[in-house]
Ligand binder design. Structure first.
Ligand code: SF4
Ligand code: FE
Length: 512
């Protein structure tokens, strides 16, 4: 494949791949021109066009080849480069108002870079070298990588190897001298059909008995044995309508699908973990850290919604009312809180052994946790400012109908300086982002993408250094025990701390 430089070339590269895709119960032979799929392809295409327009922001120099590569395929070499990832994501959110899908692959590549290095260090394997070979090819051709982590998981109380159906997490079913065969499914896979390659990764920490589930590998999207079942989105049928107005966002949308792997072959050169179960948790933690920080993307989408809210206030004729200004300030405050924590996580990044930089885990989790909450308030205020007409106004078809069009223009007029049609368009955009196709990624994905809220709480709990903070308080309060040996070194596990301090071994009543 020739190197892809532009969004148009990217779109062409997706044609004729003969993927096995199902949409609404029917096979979908060519997704590229399908009106429901195309907006999601347009969003990924923008990652190419942004790099062409603004290479400083959306590309970087690869340490592997010394050449300029798209930043979505670059391994961050410093905190400054992590920060640039975040700035690029905000800009992409601003330009598309949706999920542009390419960050999952970026975060997967960055995580796998350091994890393969550390597996090799312990096991004498050559995964890192294989991975670098793969990465070089991706960078040279400028391809889109879909990061495929989330297994369907089955009974949540059981680990992969104890499920009734062993296929509920992706696992290796066979090995031969040429490679491995994997079976299972990955759910809600962002941008998978718009990718050129998928990188599968484990989704949970794994016991030794689950080592067949400890697999990382790269698979071409068109590999035999893969089935894609397209995910529905609220109001997705509007993309099939002839007009543009009711779509809300006239160009862009996200994409998720269920991917089923039916004994899909991966040659050894594209296998980057096979059985090293103890490293599954390192991979999951590092990928989550990158990806939770990547949710700064939502601050860019929030910029669009704030702009839409200010526009509708002006179109309604009340741009300067003090309560409107206050609500816009509130939206801004919440939006910048997301950005602030995400960008701070990147500024606090630190090097791993491979040289790849990893964001600060606590701040990355705080960023994502904000994202599970704050877009809902931003969305509520946008709906407040838009008014109820946003969900009750007639369709574009009624606006175009000569019998009703003039009535709609007359009775839905507000600010006399503004065309009624423009007022309707901006309300449709707000509807799209708060209730429609792009609410899927601005709201629900904000809750569950990169891990549901509880997953961030677990990480924050693990890293909150509570014993250290208790020591700070106890010392200042003059509590003598603050100096006892139990507090002389950091104890990150809070349960362990309470056991050691309050129930020391052999002295069960020490503190009573
Ligand atoms: Fe990127 Fe955000 Fe979409 Fe995740 S949700 S792929 S971080 S745009
Ligand atoms: Fe996501």
């Amino acid at each position: 494949m020739n190197r892809i430089e532009t969004g148009e070339q990217y779109i062409e590269s997706l044609r004729g791949r003969n993927l096995r895709i199902f949409l609404w119960g029917e096979p979908l032979n060519e997704p590229v021109d399908h009106p429901l799929v195309r907006p999601s392809i347009n969003a990924v295409a923008e990652t190419y066009d942004l790099a062409a327009r603004d290479p400083e922001l959306a590309s970087a120099i690869s340490p592997i080849t010394g050449k300029r590569v798209n930043r979505f395929l670059h391994i961050a070499q410093s905190p400054a480069e992590l920060v640039m990832q975040g700035k690029m994501q905000r800009k992409m959110g601003q330009n598309t108002g949706t999920c542009f899908q390419r960050c999952v692959g970026m975060d997967a590549l960055n995580a796998i870079h350091s994890v393969t290095f550390e597996i090799d260090e312990e096991h004498g394997t050559d995964y890192h070298k294989r991975f670098l070979g793969f990465l070089e090819k991706m960078q040279a051709e400028n391809l889109v990588i879909g990061g495929a982590m989330t297994d369907v998981k089955g009974d949540r109380s059981k680990p992969p190897h104890l499920q009734e159906d062993p296929d509920l997490h992706v696992h290796v079913v066979r090995r031969d001298d040429k490679g491995i065969f994997v079976r299972g499914a990955k759910a809600h896979q962002t941008g998978c059909i718009n990718s050129h390659w998928l990188v599968i990764m484990p989704t949970v920490r794994l016991e030794p008995e689950a080592s067949d589930y400890a697999v990382i590998g790269a698979i071409p999207v068109e590999a035999p044995g893969i089935t894609y079942i397209y995910g529905r989105q609220s109001s997705d049928l509007r993309s099939m309508e002839s007009g543009t107005m009711d779509k809300g966002n006239i160009r862009f949308a996200g994409q998720e699908a269920l991917i089923i792997f039916d004994d899909v072959f991966i040659p050894w050169e594209h296998v980057f973990m096979d059985g090293e179960h103890a490293f599954a948790s390192m991979l999951v933690d590092r990928f989550s850290c990158y990806h939770r920080r990547s949710y700064v993307c939502k601050s860019g989408v929030g910029d669009v919604l704030i702009g839409a809210a200010a526009t509708i206030a002006a179109y309604n004729g009340v741009p300067l009312a003090s309560h409107i200004r206050d609500k816009l300030v509130e939206m801004n405050h919440l939006n910048e809180t997301i950005y602030g924590t995400g960008i701070a996580a990147s500024y606090q990044g630190f090097p791993t052994k491979s040289g790849a930089y990893l964001p600060d885990t606590m701040l990355a989790n705080v960023c994502k946790h904000h994202v599970t909450i704050l877009p809902y308030t931003i969305s509520r205020i946008a709906q407040d400012l838009a008014g109820g007409l946003m969900v009750t106004m007639p369709s574009e078809a009624d606006l175009r109908n000569p019998e009703t069009g003039d009535l709609i223009r007359k009775y839905l007029a507000a600010n006399p300086e503004v065309d009624t049609e423009d007022r309707m368009k901006i309300m449709r955009l707000i509807e799209n982002m708060c209730l429609g196709r792009n609410a899927v990624n601005y709201l629900t994905e904000s809750v569950h993408g990169a891990g549901s809220p509880q997953a961030q709480r677990i990480q924050m709990y693990r890293q909150m250094h509570l014993p250290y903070r208790m020591g700070l308080a106890q010392r200042l309060a003059g509590i003598e025990d603050a100096a006892r040996p139990d507090l002389s070194r950091p104890v990150d596990d809070i349960a362990e701390y309470f056991t050691r301090v309050f129930r020391p071994e052999g002295d069960q009543n020490a503190r009573q």
